[in-house]
Design a protein around this ligand. Structure first.
Ligand code: COA
Ligand code: ZN
Length: 371
């Protein structure tokens, strides 16, 4: 089954300047589960006692069925990390290892041969705990395709049933993403995750390309949080999969709540023009657009805002036309007679002002008294 893995609690808390507290982590996990997210990456337990305890609490909620999503803990390819993660009885462990030449040379100082042994042994070790295992090929997008294949085959033979293809630096394009998947899809007994960073603004497009070329789980974080400039935003990929493929990977009516909750907890304000959950997502402005919206909202809305639990609106300023103004006057229970409309439009066109409802009411009153 296709799904989202939400990593707000792991990747998301790796955002510079962001630390959640335990209550916030648990609330985020509950909200994600309520929204029917398939998998939640709950954190890397060895980071700190407080992260360990947050995952422990999330697992208590999982065991009492308050949380339903699959709960995953992150781990280096190190036995002590695996021991600590496994002690939490999580549903799945995600063991990661950087496999590009750069990562092998400068981070772990291992040859390819040694890396394959470490990957095999750590997965094999985790298997003794009887939990499901995902292996993350960190920096897969900058790895020679033949070595990536060797890594995948090694991880699968050791017991991983999922492999995450990580575009750790966000350097892929959709075409390049498809190339990678087309060159690994023949490997048997494995399903793929895609983890796309957004350094070049391509995370969403690459995630969609990964899905279209066979990945069955897409990694995302609420509001696109994550290392540096983050990864694929949960709200965008969730909506995109619904729009293009009619897939229900997240309850769209909870996206605004998820986004505003994470905004508050992370202290990172989303721009008004953020796709899907930005405040402007269903606010219209120019006269031609509002005219279309009045006649049929599908002219300028990709989906009905009610699906997201919100209402459309439009603004009034010099970009407005008569249809917008008439609609606005109707909404305000003001009889839109011809005179008022032409005087009001004239005034609006000659000022550089955004008119709220009160401005419109007083403008109309002034026009009436002047007449
Ligand atoms: N598997 C095994 N070892 C790995 C690894 C991996 N996937 N990735 C890095 N390492 C090794 C490095 O080679 C280095 O080893 P060394 O100490 O022998 O040189 C070490 O892990 C990382 O260095 P550092 O972070 O300074 O070590 P540390 O022991 O003080 O702390 C953590 C380790 C994990 C507790 C700490 O880095 C942390 O809290 N990290 C936050 C989580 C994180 O980094 N996540 C990345 C997700 S992609
Ligand atoms: Zn990442």
């Amino acid at each position: 089954m296709i799904g989202i893995l939400d990593s707000t609690l792991r990747e998301g808390e790796q955002t510079p300047g962001v630390l959640f507290n335990m209550d916030q982590r648990v609330n985020i996990a509950k909200l994600l589960s309520d929204a029917d997210v398939k998998m939640i990456e709950a954190g890397h337990p060895v980071v700190s006692e407080d992260i360990f305890n947050s995952i422990k609490y999330i697992m208590e909620l999982k065991n009492s069925e308050t949380i339903k999503s699959e709960i995953i803990a992150h781990s280096r390819a190190v036995n002590s990390d695996i021991d600590i993660a496994s002690s939490l009885n999580i549903d799945r462990i995600a063991i990661f290892y950087g496999i590009s030449d750069l990562h092998l040379k400068y981070k772990t100082h291992k040859t390819k041969e040694e890396a394959l042994n470490i990957i095999y042994n750590s997965i094999n070790y985790a298997k003794s705990y009887g939990i499901k295992i995902r292996f993350t090929a960190e920096d897969a997008s900058r790895t020679d395709i033949n070595f990536l294949r060797d890594v995948i085959k090694t991880a699968v033979s050791a017991g991983a049933d999922r492999i995450s293809i990580a575009d750790t630096l966000g350097i892929l394009t959709p075409e390049r993403t498809k190339y990678i998947f087309n060159n690994i899809n023949d490997i048997k007994n494995v399903e793929y995750d895609f983890h796309g960073h957004n350094d070049l603004g391509m995370a969403v497009a690459n995630s969609l390309a990964a899905f279209e070329s066979g990945a069955t789980v897409i990694h995302a974080t609420v509001n696109g949080l994550g290392e540096r400039v983050g990864i694929t935003p949960t709200q965008v990929i969730g909506t995109l999969l619904k729009y293009h493929y009619n897939l229900d990977v997240i309850n769209l009516s909870l996206l605004r709540e998820l986004s505003s909750t994470v905004e508050k907890y992370s202290n990172i304000q989303m721009p008004l023009n953020e796709p899907v959950t930005g405040s402007n997502a269903f606010i219209h402005k120019s006269g031609v657009h509002v005219n279309g919206i009045i006649n049929n909202p599908e002219t300028y809305e990709f989906m009905n805002p009610e699906i997201f639990g919100i209402q459309r609106s439009f603004t009034i300023d010099k970009y407005s036309g008569k249809h917008a103004l008439i609609q606005k006057l109707n909404n305000l229970n003001i009889k839109p007679d011809e005179n008022i409309i032409s005087y009001a439009l004239n005034e609006i066109k000659n000022s550089n002002k955004i008119y709220n409802d009160n401005d419109i009411i007083s403008m109309v009153n002034n026009i009436k008294s002047y007449n």
